[in-house]
Design a protein around this ligand. Structure first.
Ligand code: GDP
Ligand code: MG
Length: 162
């Protein structure tokens, strides 16, 4: 069986952009408007000769409470069904209350969790990325999904836990 990594996080943090990076193709839909990704879509990927599935998540609830519940639910589903979880945070924004709520769910995950600090397009954002250690999910992996910065290291780490 091919292992699956689920990509979760609140809307607009760059999940679909990261999915495209990880699979090396532009198949996941990236939008400036949140909520365009269907609930769960899987794509085949290959890194260093190993095959795995990358599952993008979407869904969108208009109010903040609904959003928190929906992202927390994605985390619960991922903990039950995926072999690894990548939780994406926008480093330029920092950890929001929704991100903190998801982290609280993920801290009790038996499924390995990798924290990604996305939108680290240049060195100036590294300190914001490092601040995400406070989420209690281990080392934040700095990446720029749009530029590809850091994604090789992320893929190496992913294959360590997958
Ligand atoms: P999703 O809702 O989490 O799937 O986020 P998307 O992948 O659709 O991206 C939302 C917005 O963030 C789009 O305008 C992307 O171009 C932008 N974005 C994604 N990754 C990065 C990044 O690494 N750096 C910057 N500057 N923008 C990004
Ligand atoms: Mg998306």
């Amino acid at each position: 069986p091919v292992p699956t990594v689920a990509i979760i996080g609140r809307p607009n943090v760059g999940k679909s952009t990261l999915v495209n990076r990880l699979i090396g193709r532009r198949e996941a839909v990236v939008e400036d408007v949140p909520g365009v990704t269907r609930d769960r879509v899987s794509y085949e990927a290959n890194w260093n000769g190993r095959r795995f599935m990358v599952q993008d998540t979407g869904g969108w609830e208009p109010d903040a409470k609904g959003l928190q519940q929906s992202v927390a639910r994605q985390a619960e589903v991922a903990m039950r069904t995926a072999d690894a979880i990548i939780v994406v945070v926008d480093a330029t924004v920092g950890a929001t209350s929704v991100d903190e709520a998801v982290a609280k769910v993920l801290r009790r995950s038996k499924t390995p969790v990798i924290l990604v600090a996305n939108k680290v397009d240049d060195d100036r954002v590294e300190s914001e990325a490092a601040a995400l250690w406070s989420m209690g999910l281990g080392q934040p992996y700095s990446v720029s999904a749009t530029h590809g910065r850091g994604t090789g290291d992320l893929l190496d780490q992913l294959l360590e836990v997958l």
